[in-house]
Design a protein around this ligand. Structure first.
Ligand code: MN
Length: 258
């Protein structure tokens, strides 16, 4: 098995080092990671400038781009002749729960794998004094081992979060929801000009079955995701809106003669 490993915390992050080291005991590991932190870079792709790959050490490469760039350069570039069987991202410094997966560069690397018809798994870590990246990396390796038994499904797209303390078990979850979004802090810089900082700790809806709830209860959370964002219930329930839209006049305005 060949695994492409990436992250959004950058090539020097401890979570990446531990994850790649643990996975190297069960698979051929190639690391392609951003050369600096790219947290909250989402599914961003660099199209407006060239990208460079710098070899850091054997099987380790730094890219001056986003996690999504790394996955592309890995699959389509460096590993073109011997493509990976799996893309693994992380272990992120901090959780990726609920709607935060849409901000996450870590999870987006797994999204990108999915777009290339490859399985993708994202690992993220709760941070406290009890956090142990080496312990979580071993668990990540064991999870990948079990997932790959009997062959990895091409459409596997999994978001995994580790609690800081020793896990009580593994729970399969759905994405939780925040009760409010980040706050924007307004301050003045030394020159008296306003600046803004997106900050504040989120609060979450207390709902059973969610990744937030399971994580809070001390469990490793596993949330299967997919990239089809279609609201199928919305397709069914849009009858009245459809009728209203059907009465719209779609004809182009007649060209005015000059
Ligand atoms: Mn990060």
């Amino acid at each position: 098995m060949r695994i492409l490993v990436t992250n959004d915390d950058g090539i020097f992050a401890e979570g990446l080092e531990q994850l790649a080291t643990a996975l190297a005991t069960i698979a051929d590991v190639v690391v392609m990671a951003p050369d600096r932190e790219q947290s909250a870079s989402s599914h961003s792709l660099t199209l407006n400038r060239p990208l460079r790959i710098k070899r850091v050490r054997e099987h380790w490469y730094a890219v001056d781009g986003t996690p999504t760039d790394c996955v592309n350069l890995g699959i389509q570039g460096l590993l073109k002749e011997s493509p990976p069987d799996l893309v693994v991202s992380g272990i992120n410094y901090g959780l990726n729960l609920g709607g935060d997966v849409t901000y996450s560069g870590t999870v987006s690397a797994a999204f990108e794998a999915s777009l290339h018809h490859l399985p993708g798994v994202a690992f993220s870590q709760e941070i406290s004094e009890e956090t142990s990246f080496p312990a979580s990396a071993e668990l990540a390796r064991d999870i990948v081992c079990v997932l790959s038994e009997g062959g990895l499904p091409k459409d596997l797209l999994l978001n995994v979060n580790f609690p800081a303390a020793q896990p009580k078990g593994i729970e399969w979850t759905r994405l939780g929801k925040r009760t409010y979004r980040q706050t924007v802090v307004e301050k003045l810089d030394p020159k008296g000009r306003k600046y803004y900082w997106i900050a504040g700790s989120p609060e979450w809806q207390e709902e059973s079955g969610t990744d937030y709830q399971a994580l809070r209860s001390g469990f490793i959370t596993m949330t299967p995701l997919h990239l089809d964002l279609t609201d199928y219930a919305g397709l069914e329930s849009s009858a009245s809106l459809r009728q209203k839209l059907a009465s719209l006049d779609l004809a182009f305005p007649a060209a005015s003669s000059v």
